[in-house]
Design a protein around this ligand. Structure first.
Ligand code: GDP
Ligand code: MG
Length: 516
């Protein structure tokens, strides 16, 4: 296929604005999927995604489309929509030259629309605004056009108004992809250079990499080298996706609770694997205080990913925490409550602007650790679901941090070691102990739950002793029945994590971390 007739694009949108529906419609129009079969949202393939109605993993489909006597290859790279996955979004975007920015004609621009637009804009991609759901009774595409002009500086006549659901005007979206998005710049004579933007493992075929080709060509039988690992691989097969690949997981660290739960569920569904969850953690930094330490760590500024390795205050001159620039879009009636929430999360306001008569866009600098747990849910609930939120990296700031341990009968629960801001240690410690008390089943002995800063205990709860006797139902001496019950109990225990002599059900961790 000639490069001039190839387009690589992605659809970006706030959640529920119609990205998957539009993708399905494009696949249908180009014959990649059969209209008559009930192929609902082919790109959202994973079970968890279907259950939760969100897109987690980037998927790719190659579409063939005839336009003005030429055939085009349009590679549609799907991106995750939820706020927890912005890393995967930018990775998918780096394989594209343009994006369709889908905005709901009823809801207008939302926080993810803004964040995704700027990711695309910074990557210098062509942005095609698509106003979707014009069939809705309350649709106001003209007002959304004005918002797009005001917030993104895109002339309103560049907006394409469609109904992805009914198929209205979807054909003009494909034509805009061809006309407004440039073909990729590939220099075929140069040595091969390609970006792996996604990869999967197939038991029979080996590693399947989805790549965007920048230079050169690749064919069956070629030997290729990974620039990252320097390892050599042989190419067994090359192809395009139309759409038929098998998704698997890629471990990207966890950001946010939804992300964590999705991964847990996904690993269990796809691999029958049991995973132990840990506190979502952000990469802190510490500036070491002595030449001896700098020599020992081979660096002056160290990054701490595992809270258990957080260096003691005596070793550092300052701690640094990652911060993000958050965008919130909300009807103005919730502004007071939202500002209070942001303040409680140590956020600093940077900007505030009306994007239409009654909706406000707020920009705040947040410490990342204040939003990874539960910020999104709180924002949603105090705005009756109307406020939207997204964020991007904004570097680091100095912070007074302490390491907090959670102990069960004197043993540290490694999964629950956290780094917290000094001013929040007491309330966070108390909250975790209380929630742990509610989610730990009673056991044969009493359990002391404690939060500690070093040797100083700052909170304590107690779970009283109790035990379910699995043999209580066996009246007689039927040994096989007894064995069966004991076996069943042992199986149940696989889902447990042992801390010292205390058994902790795995879902207790998610419950404990849910609100902070
Ligand atoms: P995504 O989260 O951006 O992928 O959004 P979906 O494609 O899953 O769509 C979210 C909801 O909006 C679904 O219930 C769709 O049926 C609905 N929807 C999508 N496009 C349209 C449209 O053009 N008109 C109407 N009325 N509903 C739509
Ligand atoms: Mg979707």
């Amino acid at each position: 296929f000639s490069v001039e007739n190839t387009r690589n694009f992605s659809i970006i949108a706030h959640v529920d604005h119609g990205k998957s529906t539009l993708a399905d419609r494009l696949l249908e129009l180009t014959g990649a999927i059969d209209k008559t079969k009930n192929n609902k949202q082919v790109l959202d393939k994973l079970q968890v995604e279907r259950e939760r109605g969100i897109t987690v993993k980037a998927q790719t489909a190659s579409l063939f489309y005839d336009y003005e006597g030429k055939q085009y290859l349009l590679n549609l790279i799907d991106t995750p929509g939820h706020v927890d996955f912005s890393y995967e979004v930018s990775r998918s975007l780096s394989a594209c030259q343009g994006v369709l920015l889908v905005v709901d004609a009823n809801e207008g621009i939302q926080a993810q629309t803004v964040a995704n637009f700027f990711l695309a804009f910074e990557a210098q991609l062509s942005v095609i605004p698509v106003i979707n759901k014009i069939d809705l009774k309350n649709a106001d595409p003209e007002s959304v056009e004005k918002q797009i002009e005001k917030v993104f500086d895109i002339p309103s006549d560049e907006c394409i108004k469609i109904s992805a659901k009914l198929g209205t005007n979807v054909e003009s979206v494909l034509q805009a992809v061809i006309k407004r998005i440039p073909p990729p710049k590939v220099h075929r004579k140069n040595p091969l250079r390609a970006l792996v933007f996604d990869s999967t493992f197939d038991q029979y075929r080996g590693v399947i990499a989805n790549v965007a080709l920048f230079d050169g060509v690749v064919s069956k039988g070629d030997k290729i080298v990974s620039a990252h690992t320097q390892k050599t691989y042989e190419v067994n097969e090359v192809g395009v996706l139309n759409p038929n690949e098998q998704p698997t997981h890629k471990l990207l660290g966890f950001l946010g609770l939804l992300h964590m739960e999705v991964f847990n569920q996904r690993l269990e569904q796809e691999y029958n694997a049991s995973v132990i969850l840990t506190t979502p953690t952000v990469p802190y930094k510490a500036v070491l205080s002595s030449a001896k330490l700098i020599k020992e760590y081979r660096e002056k500024e160290i990054t701490i990913i595992n809270p258990a390795q957080f260096p003691d205050k005596s070793k550092v001159t300052e701690y640094l925490e990652p911060i993000v620039l958050g965008t919130i879009i909300t009807p103005d009636e919730y502004i007071g409550k939202i500002m209070m929430l942001c303040q409680a999360r140590r956020a600093v306001q940077k900007n505030m602007m009306y994007i239409d008569q009654n909706r406000i866009m707020l920009k705040y600098l947040f410490p990342l650790n204040e939003i990874v747990v539960d910020f999104y849910d709180s924002l949603k609930s105090l705005s009756s679901g109307y406020a939207s939120f997204d964020y991007e990296d904004a570097g680091y700031q100095t912070a007074e941090l302490v390491k907090m341990d959670i102990l069960l009968n004197g043993n540290i629960v490694e999964e629950l070691v956290t780094v917290v801001h000094k001013d929040k240690a007491y309330s966070a410690g108390k909250a975790i102990c209380e929630r742990l008390k509610d989610s730990l089943p009673r056991q044969l002995f009493e359990i002391a739950i404690q939060a500690a800063l070093g040797s100083k205990i700052i909170a304590r709860e107690t779970v009283k002793a109790y035990r379910k006797n699995v043999l209580a139902k066996c009246y007689g001496g039927d040994i096989t029945r007894k064995m069966k019950l004991l076996k069943r109990q042992a199986e149940g225990k696989k889902k447990l994590r042992k801390v010292g002599n205390v058994e902790v059900p795995k879902d207790a961790f998610v419950k404990v971390l849910k609100t902070q």
